[in-house]
Design a protein around this ligand. Structure first.
Ligand SMILES: Cc1cc2nc3c(=O)[nH]c(=O)nc-3n(C[C@H](O)[C@H](O)[C@H](O)COP(=O)(O)OP(=O)(O)OC[C@H]3O[C@@H](n4cnc5c(N)ncnc54)[C@H](O)[C@@H]3O)c2cc1C
Length: 481
């Protein structure tokens, strides 16, 4: 057995939230040990797959155009969460997003203007040069230069707690003591068995069996489950997650951003029975892409097919892998293994119901269907000009929202009482702000804000504990002298 180690701040996790916490704690003068479950090559959790952070700003700022004031950001969050958000914590994350970029730059993160495409986010989101992988690498470089100790292949399986206080972490038989601890080990999205339990059986099927995980395989929710068992206060619903319809050919884990398919609003979506099931033109794609994973999850076999004709080509970011191509619609149905007769009826009914006005994908245009259920309310134009293309899509889970309840100091709570040395950041507490829904870039905004807060608070608590310990030692020495 390895000897016990004692550091000021133990950070469990190796993604954005963990790194922000580790850097802030180290900058505050604490000794820091970071434990990452993944091997070095796979370090960085879901954060390695990210592209941007949503930032509040009152005037144009470096890579951000125009303004995105606090109130608008808050209203956007309120809308997507349907009010399932803690306003105080949400506003903290929003405000912190306005001034975190200089600190991020100091630690090596570089920004670039947004790319053009389906997501119109040049005003709201600052993009990381080199993506999340470069961000994570920069933070690790900076952390190591500052003296943060990092251990890879270090999956913590349990904690030792004493009346709501952190005592030690365990990796098998190894025990790691610290004065304070920050939990930043993601949600439970990688744990298919837990997803299966949460989603249950629907119409004789287990939807979670057909889920793909867009990010890391290491967010198994081991410590989330442990903390639930230990009586920590929990927030969120286990079935709520950010869930996108992604290319069905994506690998089970780590497909990342390149598995996105952004043409749904330009055509129709049918299920395995070759029928439509939702309004593809309800709203702009950036506001709707995150509902389609759940919609596909509710279809038989958890699969959907996005169908477009040649006029859609060039109007969306081309997916990495080409779609299924056919010169005629019946041929497309055959290639997809769909019932040709039903498929043709679906397309013909849709085409006949289209009332085409002035097509404009940049606005909520007047091209819509009439007398069709479900309706397509914008960008409805007949699918008639070959060649035709189709993409098979499956639910792609980004991250889950079940987490630990916190206060403004990112402290873990037990029965409403805050722990004085156990903190949490990132996906593991994102449910405080995101009860449901999502708006692009807010995951990194929450993780950065509360990762930094947790780091500062953990360092402060560790310093207080260290000086109390010294005081007690001096007292004991005087008593024995
Ligand atoms: C494909 C994809 C694209 C995304 N794009 C964006 C985007 O552009 N903008 C945005 O804001 N959000 C985006 N997100 C969401 C974003 O990734 C998360 O909100 C954010 O990265 C969460 O950070 P985190 O540090 O909490 O979790 P993670 O980055 O997932 O880190 C969790 C870490 O904990 C480690 N870990 C897990 N269990 C243990 C354990 N028991 N012991 C030790 N370590 C453990 C993992 O290995 C991992 O390093 C995206 C997610 C995905 C999957």
């Amino acid at each position: 057995m390895k000897p016990d180690v004692l550091v000021d701040v133990l950070v469990i996790g190796g993604g954005n939230a963990a790194l922000c916490a580790a850097l802030m704690a180290r900058e505050a003068g604490a000794s820091v040990l970071l434990l990452e479950a993944a091997p070095r090559a796979w370090r960085g959790g879901n954060s390695q797959h990210t592209r941007n952070i949503r930032c509040m700003h009152d005037a144009p700022q470096d890579v951000l155009v125009e303004a995105y004031p606090e109130e608008e950001y808050w209203q956007d969050l309120l809308k997507v969460t349907g009010g399932q958000t803690d306003e105080t914590l949400a506003r903290m994350a929003i405000r912190a997003s306005s001034n975190c970029r200089d600190w991020m730059r100091k630690h090596g993160v570089r920004f670039q203007p947004s790319l053009s495409g389906t997501l119109h986010v040049a005003r709201t989101n600052a993009f990381f040069m080199g993506g999340g992988k470069a961000l994570v690498n920069a933070y690790y470089r900076s952390a190591e230069a500052l003296g943060v100790q990092v251990r890879y292949d270090a999956p913590v399986d349990a904690l030792e707690l004493d009346n709501g206080r952190f005592v030690a972490a365990r990796i098998g038989s190894e025990r790691i003591q610290a004065r304070t601890c920050v939990l930043a080990c993601g949600g439970f999205e990688s744990n298919i068995a837990w997803q299966r339990e949460a989603w249950g059986e629907v119409n004789g099927e287990w939807p979670a069996d057909n889920f793909l995980i867009r990010g890391t395989r290491y967010n198994m929710g081991v410590l989330l489950k442990f903390m639930m068992g230990a009586g920590a206060d929990i927030i969120g619903d286990p079935t709520q997650s950010h869930c996108v319809a992604i290319d069905a050919r994506a690998p089970l884990y780590d497909g990342g951003i390149c598995t996105r398919v952004d043409c749904v609003s330009l055509g129709i979506m049918v299920n395995r029975n070759a029928v439509r099931f939702y309004d593809e033109g309800e709203d702009f794609w950036p506001k709707r892409y995150a509902i389609w994973g759940r919609l596909v999850a509710q279809q038989p076999g958890q699969i959907g097919y996005s169908i477009i004709d040649s006029r859609a080509i060039g109007r969306f970011m081309p997916p990495v892998f080409p779609g299924v191509k056919a010169d005629s619609l019946p041929e497309l149905a055959r290639k997809l293994g769909l019932d040709e007769t039903i498929f043709m009826r679906t397309v013909n009914e849709f085409n006949a119901a289209c009332r085409v006005g002035t097509f404009d994908h940049a606005v909520l245009d007047d091209c819509h269907t009439e007398g069709l259920t479900p309706a397509k309310t914008h960008w409805a134009t007949p699918i008639e000009q070959g060649p035709f293309f189709a993409y098979a899509l499956r639910p792609g889970i980004t991250f889950t929202y079940l987490g630990l309840k916190i206060d403004t100091r990112s402290r873990v709570h037990f029965g409403g009482v805050a722990s004085d040395n156990l903190f949490v950041a990132g996906e593991m507490m994102a449910g405080n702000v995101l009860g449901k829904g999502y708006t692009a870039g807010v995951g990194m905004a929450i993780g950065t804000a509360f990762g930094r807060i947790a780091g500062v608070e953990a360092a402060k608590a560790a310093m207080t504990a260290a000086s109390q310990q010294k005081g007690q030692q001096r007292g004991a020495e005087r008593a024995t002298a």
